[in-house]
Design a protein around this ligand. Structure first.
Ligand SMILES: [Zn+2]
Length: 69
């Protein structure tokens, strides 16, 4: 029995030692460029650890994929 398959491995979060705006941590703005008027999506399994909290990184698509023109 089980309520769910543990498909999400406990990846080591990216630790940042700088102040990140709350909006970016909450996914209200792109974590990388700070864009707020673009569609934001979770950056894969990207997470960022600020002190003791771990947040899901969301970006508008910049920086995620390489320059795939
Ligand atoms: Zn962006």
């Amino acid at each position: 029995m089980g309520t769910g398959v543990p498909d999400a491995l406990p990846l080591a979060p990216t630790v940042v030692d700088f102040r990140v705006s709350t909006a970016r941590l909450h996914g209200e703005a792109c974590f990388l460029c700070g864009a707020v008027n673009k569609r934001l999506r979770p950056a894969g399994h990207g997470v960022v650890q600020v002190r003791t909290r771990v947040w899901q990184i969301r970006t508008c698509g910049c920086g995620i994929t390489k320059a795939a023109a």
